[in-house]
Design a protein around this ligand. Sequence first.
Ligand SMILES: Nc1ncnc2c1ncn2[C@@H]1O[C@H](COP(=O)(O)OP(=O)(O)O)[C@@H](O)[C@H]1O
Ligand SMILES: [Mg+2]
Length: 235
Amino acid sequence: MLTVEDLTVAFGPTVAVRGVDLHAEPGTVTGILGANGAGKTTTLLGVHGRVRRRSGRILFDGRDVTGDDTRALVRAGIALCPENRRLFPNMSIEDNLLLGAYGHGRRTQRARLADVLGRFAWLRERAGEPAGRLSGGQQQIVAIARALMSHPRLVLLDEPSSGLSPVAVDEIGDVLAGIAADGTTILLVEQNVRLVQRLCSTAYVLAHGRVAAQGPVSTLLADSAVSDAYLGTTR
Ligand SMILES: Nc1ncnc2c1ncn2[C@@H]1O[C@H](COP(=O)(O)OP(=O)(O)O)[C@@H](O)[C@H]1O
Ligand SMILES: [Mg+2]
């Protein structure tokens, strides 16, 4: 579904991502783990054409999309749910969601809104309220729902559990499990190892911009050298 080859991204003298290779199988949830500053966010932004790549080749569905900009990648079926949710707190939930289908005709936008609100019934009742009035967990669900508005086949998700209570993290887990069960492929950046354990069969561990380890999640977590060095004690 997604193959990333030799992705390198630098911010001036800081090389945030160095020669990263990744692969996500269709219909799976693939994890990207690693400490703060490891290069996880930059990897997703690099895949999605939101930062300039120094090197890298991106294949999606067997097609070379390396030259595509973000808008073309969204059209091709890749959506990003960014770090820190990035909702507009003073705008209504509905208007936040509609931004996820930006550039489509009004009829398509409305149809997709109805779709997404059908999935999250509680959201439909609150669609006119400012997004900022929701709890953190609810806002994260709106951010995920906004990504679904483009009808993606691949969702790049950046730390959806960040700052949430354990109960809210479990709810996010339920939402993501549902999306995956529908056949949508997910590339999940997470520091919450439990969430990765629940959702992902395979994962990559980034450290200092490189892939430090990769493989089945159970194998990675059983390797104390990997979990002690890169995954902290969140386990
Ligand atoms: N816009 C930027 N300008 C300069 N440096 C950046 C920028 N974004 C990220 N970095 C640096 O790149 C490295 C990787 O950051 P990031 O991808 O955000 O890591 P993570 O998401 O794993 O916490 C860090 O050293 C960070 O300070
Ligand atoms: Mg990050």
